[in-house]
Design a protein around this ligand. Structure first.
Ligand SMILES: NC(=O)c1ccc[n+]([C@@H]2O[C@H](COP(=O)([O-])OP(=O)(O)OC[C@H]3O[C@@H](n4cnc5c(N)ncnc54)[C@H](O)[C@@H]3O)[C@@H](O)[C@H]2O)c1
Length: 330
């Protein structure tokens, strides 16, 4: 039986945050969300529920931060950040201000207010070019974009604060988050989605003419790149388990969250055609620099330590749930 807790969620009206908040509310927790709505969806604000409080404010402002902490959270789930790796290389200052400065200040304020623990949205981008596969947590760390660097710096700061100040954390290194709540409880679509599956959906609903497949001559079974997609509800389940683990064991944790099954671009494209019933025109294009042929997680540590097991990350569920969200978009 999970104890009812006061949980603060930054970026809780965004894509992953919205799913996690929905699950936390349904589990009976008291949830306070801070989101500046820059990339959020209003459909992910669950107003009117007695255990939910929404604060439209920017986490990087002192006023926003202090109002957020007035809810006296016991744990903070920290999703708020910019997340476009390509953009981070062109506008590093934007990423430094939000992902670094905003999170440093949040952690300081957590210490000041005696908040026990943070569940931090890290990323597989902390690894950089894979030296071996599947990528486990012992793989050398070497981000190849500024976004990945911001995630690594925060992980390192959390390690120090865990050692020196007793702050406990779970750094969850997500691979490619995908899919939508299968029961349709979360309706807001991800903003500026840059990943394959949302792009395919945008073609199917007529927002784009077609897609480009970058590289068809990789050393993979069908020549296209292979990636690890993890369903957002499987991610959500891991957040609750990670929070419980950190609090029960008074111990910090760094884990990968991936499905461990690589899906090729071509396989995803073909399944998207089947699920949407749309021809989804595509053009084969040359490889993009910096795209490794395969990126697949080892999630053995999360399985062992948290008892976590993805149950919705098969290709069919990923695509059917996303298609349903796009067809019923608000
Ligand atoms: N989506 C993925 O595949 C993926 C993979 C690895 C890591 N992550 C990380 O997970 C987290 C959530 O990702 P997402 O896909 O839900 O992104 P998202 O953009 O949908 O959600 C982020 C939310 O934070 C809010 N926000 C941003 N800066 C803020 C600020 N300063 N103050 C208040 N609110 C702010 C946005 O409005 C948005 O609602 C991010 O930290 C991201 O880096 C995502």
């Amino acid at each position: 039986m999970v104890q009812r807790m006061r949980i603060g969620v930054t970026g809780g009206a965004g894509y992953i945050g919205g799913h996690v908040v929905r699950d936390l509310l349904d589990a009976g927790h008291d949830v306070t969300v801070i989101d500046n709505l820059s990339k959020a969806s209003r459909a992910n604000i669950f107003e009117g529920e007695s255990n939910y409080h929404f604060l439209e404010a920017d986490l990087t402002t002192e006023i926003g931060l202090s109002q957020f902490l007035e809810s006296r959270p016991e744990v903070i789930f920290h999703f708020a950040a910019w997340k476009a790796a390509g953009e981070s290389m062109l506008q590093p200052g934007k990423y430094s201000a939000n992902n670094l400065r905003g999170t440093f200040r949040l952690i300081e304020a957590m210490l000041e207010h005696d908040v026990k623990a943070m569940v931090f949205s890290s990323s597989a981008a902390v690894y950089g070019e894979p030296q071996y596969l599947p990528l486990d947590e012992k793989h050398p760390l070497g981000p190849i974009n500024y976004y990945g660097f911001t995630k690594l710096v925060i992980e390192e700061n959390l390690e120090w604060m865990s050692r020196l100040a007793g702050l406990r954390f779970a750094a969850l290194r997500y691979f490619n988050a995908a899919g939508y709540d299968v029961a349709g409880r979360v309706r807001g679509l991800e903003h500026d989605a840059n990943n394959l599956i949302p792009i395919l959906m945008e073609v199917a609903v007529g927002l784009r003419p077609g897609i480009e497949v970058f590289g068809t001559d990789y050393d993979t079974p069908d020549g296209t790149c292979i990636r690890d997609y993890i369903h957002v509800s499987d991610l959500s389940a891991a957040h609750v388990l990670a929070m419980q683990h950190v609090l029960d064991h008074d111990q910090s944790l760094v884990v990968n969250l991936g499905s461990e099954s690589g899906l090729s671009v071509r396989a995803v494209l073909e399944e998207a055609r089947r699920v949407t019933g749309h021809a989804i025109p595509h053009k084969d294009c040359p490889r993009r620099p910096g795209d490794p042929p395969r990126l697949v997680a080892s999630a053995a540590k999360a399985r062992e330590i948290l008892g976590w097991k993805p149950t919705r990350s098969d290709l069919k569920t990923l695509l059917e749930s996303t298609w349903s969200a796009y067809r019923n978009r608000p």
